[in-house]
Design a protein around this ligand. Sequence first.
Ligand SMILES: [Fe+2]
Length: 351
Amino acid sequence: MLFSELNRGKCKTYLIACEETHEAALVDPLKERIDRYLALLAYHGLKLTAVIDTHTHADHRTAIFDLRDLVGATAIMHRRAPAPHIDRHVEDGDTIPVGKLSIQVLATPGHSPDGISLYVGDRVLTGDALLIRGTGRSDFAGGDPGAQYDAITIKLFRQPDETRMFPAHDYRGNTSSTIGEEKRLNPRIAGRSRQEYVELMNKLGLPLPDKIQEVLQPNQSALDDDAMRFPSLAEMNKVRQRTAHEVQAALQSSPRPVIVDVREAEEFNGELGHIPGSLLVPLKELPARASELESHKERSIIVVCRAGVRSTTGAAILTGLGFDNVANLKGGMLDWSDQRLPVERWSHDDG
Ligand SMILES: [Fe+2]
């Protein structure tokens, strides 16, 4: 196996390649370094087959969408990842082949709901779940310090002590550690109970990363900021959130709310299907097509997407355009489908 960290900075990108077949994967690639990655792959004669993000990043723009489009690599993220254009959604226990190598997926949520760790050979890439002598913050939307404690102690700390660990970030110049060292020496988690860990994480009071919205929104939507003006964090925080069951109950009432689905057409007709009667208006087209919703202005509007993240952006955009009665389906079609609520799927074979 070829293995190296490519950035030598705070954000880590790992190259994993099979020496026999010359197939390669990049984990957590940065958008501003695409040219460097492609040059390096060409220099080593490697074919990039997989691009994997360990979670939706809040501090740098991801390169997985560009690399997918440029070289046809498969974009891979956890099932809970909110973005469109993910070719393969993985869950705990899945494997990702890279030539003759097999990367095992461990679901390690907590820093974000879509966090995964990747176990390959004698090492584990821990994303922002477990850092060297630290842990990823759990105070962003969807963060959960209790889930993070469970992921670290149940999934990661049960790997053999000698397992080498490589995090997605490091702010102190460390480059690697082992599971055994972190179990003994990690000051956030070593010797702490779940409750003590949750209390510690809840009072960290860290400032938000610079430009968090300018980074998160494109990573969550696979849209560039030149393609649309994204709402501010304050506008996003004002959006009313409604659970799948609340939306289902509203659909039985009169007047029925209008369901606006802001995913891409292939998602609308894909695996998760869509809520019967919903209107498809992809997020990118929403500002220009909002006039189509004018006739429904007196009814309530519920905006829907995959994970409830892009639709929060959509709901904030509509509110900004003067629609008063707008809410978001919390957890999106993922929660809707987990609750086994009715969906409709169109297939081209239906005529
Ligand atoms: Fe992160």
